[in-house]
Design a protein around this ligand. Structure first.
Ligand SMILES: Cc1cc2nc3c(=O)[nH]c(=O)nc-3n(C[C@H](O)[C@H](O)[C@H](O)COP(=O)(O)OP(=O)(O)OC[C@H]3O[C@@H](n4cnc5c(N)ncnc54)[C@H](O)[C@@H]3O)c2cc1C
Length: 331
């Protein structure tokens, strides 16, 4: 996935409304010892918000309670519920740490006609602009004439509320952004003021490495397991890979416990390998935390200021995918 895949938004995010919570139950027949072939799973989506998953009821089973009063008892609960996971406390006390950086999703619809100056600046690719004040504008041409991106700021947690600004109060928000970006070139200011919508996304990090003891009947994937800085563009890709590998482990291992033990160490080590550099690049770019004062670093592919060699990047992805396929092919 490329830049522009926002995430880690609030539970109420309309884009996420279709995907709520998923419980996976093994079909009873498939749990019989010695049954031929892969165990079967049945997945069901619950059309409501998970309130708590904190009631182990023995034998690795958990009771989930949903906001609408519904309940479910699970053989395996998979926390795929993002940075503020309600499932994570079942396996770890770790809590996300605020990075010191806030992103606002911005979007310019029908850009060539409605936002021609922005369309001209972004062209057919990417625009990255960074100030010494810890602010940045990042935009990317998408399909259907849409340009999407981020207005990004070195900012305290809850910056909008602390400044007395509501993100849905567009005139007040735009005025506030202009104040934060005082001194920026007027050429770039339309990125602040002309967005067709704004979504506030703070950047949070889980500890690196993020690991826990395997716990019967529960596991995590995606941001719930390893939320990290966006500089690297790994989060969605890791979430998809986690989900795929967990599904394989469930299908191939004789028990759910064995599946968790196969899946988690690989997932955790891989995520740590990406999270360290992604968090460091985010900190360095915005001059926050351990990276404060270092300025923008020099050219790895997690350094957003360097114009990427996309052909080489593409080749690296293909080679990496081939290595991954070879390593995961049964002997
Ligand atoms: C600004 C920004 C830019 C990014 N850019 C990239 C990029 O270019 N490339 C990339 O690969 N990644 C990027 N990422 C990271 C990526 O978006 C995330 O890693 C990815 O979305 C994680 O997917 P997820 O399914 O684990 O979590 P989420 O996408 O957060 O999905 C979690 C889901 O769980 C639901 N949920 C949460 N709590 C509950 C509850 N209590 N009950 C029921 N449902 C619940 C939510 O509504 C949501 O649908 C970016 C992130 C940010 C913030």
């Amino acid at each position: 996935m490329s830049e522009g895949c926002g995430a880690s938004g609030p539970v109420t995010s309309p884009m996420r409304s279709a995907v709520r919570a998923m419980t996976i139950r093994r079909a009873a027949a498939s749990t019989a010892a010695g049954s031929a072939g892969a165990p079967k799973v049945a997945a069901s989506t619950e059309p409501t918000v998970l309130k708590t998953a904190r009631t182990p009821i023995g034998g690795g089973r958990h009771r989930l309670e949903f906001a609408n009063g519904a309940t479910a008892e699970t053989d395996l609960v998979i926390g795929a519920d993002g940075v503020w996971s309600r499932v994570r406390p079942l396996v770890s006390d770790a809590e996300p740490e605020y990075s010191g950086v806030a992103f606002l999703d911005v979007r310019y619809d029908d850009a060539d006609h409605r936002h021609p100056a922005i369309a001209e600046l972004v062209g057919n690719g990417h625009l990255f602009a960074r100030g010494d004040d810890g602010n940045a504008i990042i935009a990317q041409r998408n399909s259907n004439g849409v340009i999407r991106g981020y207005v990004a700021m070195r900012a305290e947690a809850g910056w909008a509320a602390r400044s007395g600004v509501r993100v849905d109060d567009l005139p007040a928000l735009r005025t506030h952004l202009l104040e934060r970006f005082a001194g920026w070139s007027p050429t770039l200011l339309p990125f602040l003021t002309d967005s067709d919508g704004y979504v506030d996304r703070g950047i949070w990090f889980l500890p690196v490495p993020m690991a826990w003891e395997p716990t019967p009947g529960v596991t995590l994937l995606g941001d719930a397991a390893h939320v990290m800085g966006p500089f690297g563009g790994h989060g969605v890709n890791l979430a998809l890979l986690d989900a795929t590998e967990l599904a394989h482990a469930i299908a191939e291992e004789p028990t759910l416990d064995a599946a968790i033990r196969t899946y988690e160490p690989v997932m955790q080590a891989r995520a740590a390998g990406y999270a360290g550099p992604s968090n460091a690049a985010t900190r360095r770019f915005f001059g926050v935390g351990e990276g404060a004062g270092e300025g923008v670093g020099e050219g790895s592919d997690t350094e957003p200021h360097t114009a990427p060699d996309t052909a080489a990047e593409h080749r690296r992805y293909l080679e990496g995918a081939e290595r991954y396929r070879r390593a995961s092919r049964p002997a």
